[in-house]
Design a protein around this ligand. Structure first.
Ligand SMILES: NC(=O)C1=CN([C@@H]2O[C@H](COP(=O)(O)OP(=O)(O)OC[C@H]3O[C@@H](n4cnc5c(N)ncnc54)[C@H](O)[C@@H]3O)[C@@H](O)[C@H]2O)[C@@H](O)CC1
Ligand SMILES: Nc1ncnc2c1ncn2[C@@H]1O[C@H](COP(=O)(O)OP(=O)(O)O)[C@@H](O)[C@H]1O
Ligand SMILES: [K+]
Length: 482
């Protein structure tokens, strides 16, 4: 697991480190990290570095300074470097002098910059870093577009310029990086807009001791694999946690089949199903014990409620019954909508071990959703008194106590109908096994995304294929935890 810090926290941590290190030392260290990654990219893509052409898109601030110093390092390795100055009067003086001394080429006219980019093997995006606000300005955008059009890979310095460092929201025009080199700490953009960043390399500039506890956590395979519940010698079908699934309807039996099957594959010793899709669930998953109502279902340790449930009075009654049971509850889809519609259901949920799993549309029915997805999810969890998992390419999970994790999916294969039902079954099974809602959400999101990658393997995969790939995904994360 690793942490992510806000640009503001990173700046605050930088201050004392800057104060106690010789002037420019931090920037030099950052720049050497950038140069290393650039050299590796050049070698990998072109088979060498000497004589290869790198263009540094150089902004007015310290990010531009990092870029100029990286250009200096690359010149020392025999790379042909051209810096394009976007604000010639404000280019970092020491960086610019160093690059010039190494006989780096410097241009200021955009058309010269575009011509250089067209011929480049690699572009360094040192336009803006954490001091950025808004999308790229026209000249910078023209250069970034030129790189994209010419198919020249871009290595972003700290962040891909034009993407908001805090929210990860791309401005109207922004950089698509093939790789990103960041300094001191990862920032939210790196996990919220991971596809924009490419692989992120973190360069240590000594901020560690100065950083506060991370406001956002990212789980890694060993964190998930080590927590995945598996039966011990003394276990039986009841002791591992029985999960109840109250989902599906005559119109949407598939949601029940996907959720119940996912629960059966994820962990639990036993899955009970309660609802009007009992026949379909039994036919697909004979091991599931199916009844028509929540009242008839036997004892469970957690409930999954909502997928395909309907938002009529019967649905509301089912949600109320499940919340009244006083057990951990995963509320998805229609259950989220019902929570938005009924204050008395929200009151029942508040303070209980409840995990809700809305997509953006459902989220907006229970809380305000802004561009700041992390902030919005954190506020929703605190206000509603439940753990909230906001779905998307980057899944955000917040507990009412303020813990936040982000899971970048790594692919977009999950963007298909029914995958949310699979997620709810997995997360519900983890709740039944005793994981706290934040961990259940994080582990489920991780394995769900991994199952999509395995199930897809380069071609679109339907939700039932994601469901089928769950055992392989669980196996993989458990293997990585060994
Ligand atoms: N001070 C140091 O020694 C170190 C600096 N680092 C670098 O410093 C960066 C932060 O530097 P700054 O605070 O100077 O800020 P930036 O370099 O990120 O940007 C500030 C400048 O860019 C302009 N600007 C803002 N938004 C823009 C936009 N959308 N389009 C074009 N121009 C825009 C601003 O007017 C300002 O001149 C970090 O991202 C990192 O790259 C560190 O990470 C390493 C240590
Ligand atoms: N572009 C995307 N990239 C990665 N994951 C995505 C993307 N779009 C959706 N997902 C994931 O797919 C699932 C969709 O769930 P949901 O919207 O509830 O669908 P459904 O109701 O059809 O099951 C969620 O886990 C979500 O995080
Ligand atoms: K940048």
């Amino acid at each position: 697991m690793y942490g992510v810090w806000t640009p503001e926290q990173v700046r605050a941590a930088e201050e004392p480190v800057l104060a106690r290190t010789p002037e420019g030392a931090l920037m030099r260290r950052a720049a050497r990290g950038v140069a290393q990654v650039a050299l590796a990219e050049l070698a990998r893509r072109t088979g060498g570095v000497t004589g290869r052409r790198v263009v540094v898109l150089t902004g007015a601030g310290n990010n531009g300074g990092d870029g100029l110093w990286a250009g200096y390092e690359l010149r020392r390795r025999g790379v042909a470097v051209t810096a394009v100055l976007l604000s010639p009067d404000r280019a970092h003086p020491a960086g610019l002098a160093a690059l010039r001394k190494q006989k780096g080429r410097v241009v200021t006219a955009v058309e010269h910059g575009v011509a250089a980019v067209d011929r480049a093997d690699l572009v360094l995006d040192a336009i803006v870093g954490t001091g950025a606000s808004g999308g790229l300005r026209p000249e910078a955008a023209t250069l970034a577009d030129a790189a994209a059009t010419a198919g020249v890979p871009v290595v972003a310095v700290d962040i891909p310029s034009g993407v908001d460092p805090l929210t990860g929201v791309p401005g109207e025009r922004s950089v698509h990086a093939a790789a990103t080199v960041t300094f001191g700490a990862r920032k939210p953009v790196h996990v919220l807009a991971a596809p924009r960043c490419g692989p992120v390399t973190l360069v240590d500039i000594g901020l560690g001791p100065e950083l506060p506890p991370a406001p956002v956590t990212v789980l890694e395979a060993p964190d998930v694999g080590a927590r995945w519940p598996v039966p011990a010698p003394g276990d039986d079908k009841y002791t591992q946690g029985v999960v109840g699934v109250a989902a599906g309807s005559a119109t949407y039996p598939g949601a029940a089949v996907l959720a119940a099957g996912a629960a059966a594959l994820a962990t639990s010793g036993m899955v009970r199903y309660a609802g009007s899709a009992a026949d379909e669930v039994r036919a697909a998953w004979p091991e599931v014990v199916a009844t028509d109502t929540v009242g008839e279902a036997g004892r469970v340790q957690a409930w999954v409620v909502g997928p395909g449930l309907g938002t009529d009075d019967a649905g509301a009654q089912t949600l109320a019954d499940v919340l009244d049971a006083g057990l951990p509850v995963l509320a998805d889809a229609d259950a989220v909508t019902l929570l938005g519609q009924h204050a008395e259901l929200r009151e029942k949920a508040a303070g209980a071990p409840v995990l809700i799993t809305p997509h953006a549309g459902e989220f907006a029915r229970v809380a305000e959703l802004s561009d700041d997805r992390v902030g919005s999810t954190r506020r929703a969890a605190a206000d509603l008194g439940v753990t909230v998992l906001l779905k998307g390419n980057a899944t955000v999970v917040a507990a009412p106590d303020g813990r936040v994790l982000v899971h970048p999916a790594g692919s977009a294969w999950l963007a298909t109908a029914g995958t949310g039902d699979v997620l709810s079954g997995v997360a519900g099974a983890l709740l039944a096994a005793g994981l706290d809602p934040w961990w259940a959400a994080g582990c489920a999101a991780f394995v769900h995304a991994r199952a999509a990658e395995i199930g897809a393997d380069g071609a679109p995969v339907p939700a039932s294929g994601v469901q089928r790939a769950l055992p392989a995904a669980i196996r993989a994360v458990r293997e990585e935890a060994r």
